[in-house]
Design a binder for this molecule. Structure first.
Ligand SMILES: [Zn+2]
Ligand SMILES: [Zn+2]
Length: 253
């Protein structure tokens, strides 16, 4: 639903070629991914653009949120999960590492700590300690999720694998020990920020090399900065790799 870096693209006030481009694929909202597995509806990260993304994509249900880490561009929209409780009062679990849930509890103390005044979203922090199963809030279905430990600068954060799909945003390094968890993928979504090195993110070149090592049938790059125009990155991608764009949809067997 979003493929842009933390500022989004266009960047406020910027008149660079990407920011003034008329190519719709150069309009990038903050990173977010919506997944349907049968009757289960998952969202990976709930950033500041979530409300608009949910409306644009016609999203009617969210059974659980899988949170990669606590940065603003990945969690600032959490309160916008409220409308999903209007017809189902069961709380929505937000899965994340303890290091992330600790900070989310501070950031959203009125939800997670102070509790229960009317109108507060019913969200529940769920610490991830290994593979877990998400139940639909109606209790009729479940799906297995494999957390993938990744490095984001000085932070240890999570990517997620569901079946033969994996989503790794905000990556500076995929640790050696996580590579076996990523074998046999049909589709990989991977951080690819820009060409210039960045302490918290993979460059496009580094991203291509990580994607080659993982060897998914198809890799899409996300969290893209305004340094890069869609058409320009697309033109220099190896086979089975491409820059993602807002609204991209695919089916994974
Ligand atoms: Zn980010
Ligand atoms: Zn981040």
């Amino acid at each position: 639903m979003g493929t842009g870096t933390s500022t989004g693209v266009p960047v406020i006030g910027c008149t660079c070629p990407t920011c003034i481009s008329t190519d719709l694929k150069d309009k990038r909202l903050r990173c977010s991914c919506y997944i349907e597995v049968g009757d289960i509806h998952l969202v990976i990260d709930v950033g500041p653009d979530f409300r608009g993304q949910a409306i644009k994509n016609g999203i009617k249900e969210v059974d659980a949120a899988l949170i990669t880490h606590h940065h603003f561009d990945h969690v600032a929209g959490l309160d916008d999960l409220r409308p999903f409780m209007f017809y189902n009062r069961a709380s929505i679990p937000c899965y994340a590492l303890k290091s992330t849930t600790d900070i989310m509890e501070e950031m959203f103390a009125y939800i997670f700590r102070d509790g229960n005044y009317p109108g507060v979203p019913k969200l529940e922090l769920a610490e991830v300690h290994g593979p877990f199963v998400v139940q639909s809030r109606s209790g009729t279905a479940s799906v297995a999720v494999i957390p993938i430990p990744i490095v984001h600068g000085s932070l240890e954060i999570l990517g997620y694998r569901i079946g033969n799909f994996a989503y790794l945003t905000d990556v500076s390094e995929v640790p050696f020990s996580s590579i076996p968890l990523l074998k046999g993928l049909d589709v990989l979504v991977l951080d690819g920020l820009r060409d210039k090195p960045h302490p918290m993110h993979l460059t496009i070149e580094q991203s291509i090399s990580v994607a080659t090592e993982i060897g998914a049938k198809q890799t899409w790059f996300t969290h893209i900065a305004h340094d890069l125009m869609h058409a320009e990155i697309e033109a220099r991608m190896p086979a089975r790799m491409a820059p993602a764009y807002d609204g991209l949809q695919f089916i994974v067997d």
